[in-house]
Design a protein. Structure first.
Length: 364
């Protein structure tokens, strides 16, 4: 492992566990090493977490002043974004509550409450699960559909192409309103796991920087976060996924609920746990998962395929996407029971519904 990667892991361990940093990794490093560490942290979605580790270093071992200022400005922007997200989810929850719709926050700002500094967990969109606050008046499915309808009544465009969740922008922030928690039509294990998640919801209220929000139980989060991370194996898994799993392990240990007994899935969870033990400072006993863990770390640090297709011609785009799909399937089949035929057919259907995506170089 390169020195830059060792630096980043040392920063993350100190940050996630709020403990003294291992200074030996930072003695004699160059300004270029620090610049590479900054870029790596940004690309992995852990820039703000790494910053917390930097502040634990003696000033003589910290990044050069110009980079430190740049890093600090980016972290401040992340903190403002987090505050905006907290305000938005609180506002959206309050709005839905007026219509007898309960709102559960998935991942995101809800999961951030497990971090030493919640605002330093970076996120993209806001994932919610809307359901009935009064089963005597309407079902969960009716409440979920009403949540989308209420947005449309406000002139907000709601994309309902996905069976898993709808998509819309609320005051400029992307929202996913989940109908199911997992990809139940694509992954065999997801069918049973989604039912377990429904049973393990047990919502409770937590205070955010602004307002309050309902989040699911730790047991729910353990299964959901592990499943979510493994769904990205081969298609964008990153260190921020590992950090989420590390804070779950830190607060609740190995807490995958009974019934999640797929051998492949459990091997994947063991691999995630191995990586957290090896690189992120957790110490949870686990038997197995080492081989997948080693391959997974290679995928995290040196993915062979990019999100943006690096070729221009139409034939090149098709060939690249096909090779990428086969690579993704190969890795995902190590942790899930999935059908290549079904995956190809699903991809074809998506492109038939939205033909403009066939040659789009930015689509996965």
């Amino acid at each position: 492992m390169q020195i830059v990667e060792q630096m980043l892991f040392a920063l993350l361990r100190a940050s996630l566990h709020n403990r003294q940093i291992e200074t030996s990794f930072f003695k004699g490093v160059s300004d270029k090493d620090w610049e590479c560490c900054f870029r790596l942290a940004k690309s992995q979605g852990v820039m703000a977490l790494a910053w917390d580790g930097i502040l634990k270093l003696p000033s003589s071992l910290q990044p050069p002043l110009e980079l430190k200022l740049q890093w600090g400005i980016k972290v401040e922007a992340q903190e403002k974004k987090y505050q905006r997200y907290c305000h938005t989810i609180h506002e959206l929850t309050s709005f839905y509550q007026e219509h007898q719709i309960a709102t559960l926050q998935l991942k995101g700002v809800g999961l951030s409450t497990l971090y030493p500094i919640p605002s330093h967990r970076e996120g993209g969109d806001i994932d919610i699960y809307t359901y009935s606050a009064d089963k005597n008046k309407m079902s969960d499915a009716e409440a979920n559909a009403l949540a989308d309808k209420l947005m449309q009544q406000q002139g907000i465009e709601v994309d309902k192409h996905s069976y898993k969740h709808s998509n819309f922008y609320y005051k400029g922030i992307p929202i996913e309103n989940h109908k199911s928690f997992l990809n139940v039509k694509d992954i065999q294990e997801a069918i049973a796991a989604d039912k377990i998640l429904q049973h393990e919801l047990n919502p409770h209220t937590v205070a955010l920087k602004e307002g309050k929000v309902q989040i699911p139980s730790l047991t729910f989060n353990a299964l959901f976060i592990a499943f979510h991370a493994l769904q990205h194996y081969g298609s964008g898994i990153a260190l921020h996924h590992l950090c989420d799993w590390a804070v779950i392990l830190k607060h609740n240990g190995w807490s995958i609920p009974e019934g999640s007994n797929s051998k492949r899935f459990l091997e994947g969870v063991k691999a995630l746990t191995c990586l957290c033990n090896w690189y992120l400072g957790t110490s949870v006993s686990v038997d197995g998962g080492e081989d997948i863990a080693k391959r997974m770390m290679l995928e995290i640090l040196n993915p062979p395929f990019a999100t943006v297709v690096p070729v221009q011609s139409k034939a090149g785009v098709i060939l690249y996407k096909t090779r990428r799909l086969l690579h993704t399937h190969h890795l995902k089949s190590q942790v899930f029971d999935i059908s290549l035929r079904r995956r190809i057919w699903s991809s074809i259907l998506v492109h038939l519904r939205r033909p403009e995506t066939i040659f789009r170089r930015g689509d996965k």
